[in-house]
Design a protein around this ligand. Structure first.
Ligand code: PEP
Ligand code: MN
Length: 356
């Protein structure tokens, strides 16, 4: 069962901003000062040790950056947070009275590293934010939460920063929203923060992704900001100036999951009733569809025909794709839906073929 100390990180919306990396003392102080003026920052973030994909890139300023960040935070009266990847990072952060830490995407993937961090956190009260692992594996994310919880950390939150995917997409790391939604379902009391910066990898999409996370009832945002984004030493393409950070935050529409107006409650209840009825009908239709697949399986078995008939499978998909515009359904949905139906159908037929 998740434990959660609401006093520290339970604010909604919880707003986190700051540079991808601490670069110089002056840069850290200036960024914090400018962010403080926006009055829309609950935590300042800065990377001190930077996990970079390839060597030779800027790998962070290391421990001196902790002093710069903490001093700047104290001056502005805003708590500060850094990323930790090893037990040494945890110890250094605690020694410098850093107010919260996060576990980065490249660390969450590794249970050895997460366990090492969890062990270093035992007996401490520092809040911990856990980013999703870089690969789309929800159990790794859940496992990291469980390791940190088991170490007795009482103040925990999740950060959704997108997942790596093969090939070009409009995002740097596609959000794969359904994975974060499933984490919200599994850990309902943990705040879920969206990190649009690392999802987007550019400034143009930040607003869209931030708004979408609010519409999905996320608890807050982590957005990278820099006094001179173009010349940032890491993640230059996605950072915004504190001024543009404020514009972005002010452009968002905050929504609540709670429904208070009676007419809205009744309207939603009626529409949800219709959805439940349709879902029941759809399930019966799917079950009927599988019964027909079973019959086909019997014919295939008797005649020694393979289960997979690629031409027929293409035909099924194409028939649906031809109708998608008229039905107002997206191509992604049609493909995912028919993939699921097809897998289930193969499953049924495999059972029939191999029974007895
Ligand atoms: C970061 O927050 O700057 C960072 C490195 O994040 P992630 O672990 O999400 O890549
Ligand atoms: Mn970054």
């Amino acid at each position: 069962m998740s434990v959660f100390n609401a006093d520290l990180i339970g604010k909604k919306p919880l707003l986190i901003s700051g540079p991808c990396s601490a670069e110089t003392e002056a840069q850290v102080h200036e960024t914090v000062q400018q962010l403080s003026k926006t009055k829309k920052v609950d935590f300042i973030r800065a990377g001190i040790w930077k996990p970079r994909t390839r060597p030779g890139m800027f790998e962070g300023v290391g421990t001196p950056g902790l002093t710069w960040l903490k001093d700047a935070g104290v001056a502005a009266e805003i708590p500060v947070m850094v990323e930790v990847a090893t037990s040494k990072h945890v110890e250094e952060s605690l020694k410098h009275n850093i107010d919260a830490i996060w576990i980065g995407a490249r660390t969450t993937v590794n249970p050895f590293s997460v366990q090492e961090i969890a062990d270093a956190l035992r007996g401490t009260a520092i809040p911990v934010f856990i980013k999703n692992p870089i690969n789309p594996d929800i159990d790794l994310w859940a496992g990291a939460v469980e390791r940190v919880e088991k170490a007795g950390v009482a103040s925990l939150a999740l950060i959704h920063r997108g997942f790596s995917a093969y090939g070009n997409t409009k995002y740097r790391n596609p959000p794969m929203w359904h994975l974060a939604i499933e984490m919200k379902r599994r850990f309902p009391i943990l705040p879920m923060i969206c990190d649009p910066s690392h999802i987007c990898g550019n400034r143009e999409l930040l607003q869209y992704v931030a708004q979408k996370s609010i519409d999905l009832d996320y608890n807050g945002l982590m957005i990278e900001s820099h006094i001179d984004p173009e010349n940032a030493w890491s993640d230059a393409k996605q950072q915004v100036t504190p001024e543009n950070y404020l514009k972005l935050i002010n452009s968002l529409t905050w929504r609540t999951e709670e429904i208070t107006k009676q007419e809205v409650i009744s309207a939603l209840m009626q529409l949800r009733g219709q959805i439940d009825e349709l879902d029941d009908e759809l399930l019966i239709l799917l079950s009927d569809r599988m019964k027909i697949a079973d019959k086909i399986g019997i014919y295939k078995k008797e005649n020694n025909i393979t289960i997979l008939q690629t031409a027929r499978w293409n035909e099924i998909r194409q028939r649906a794709l031809d109708k998608m515009l008229q039905l107002g359904l997206s191509k992604e949905f049609i493909i995912r839906y028919f993939d699921a139906v097809h897998i289930e159908s193969i499953h049924h037929q495999t059972k029939i073929m191999n029974d007895g």
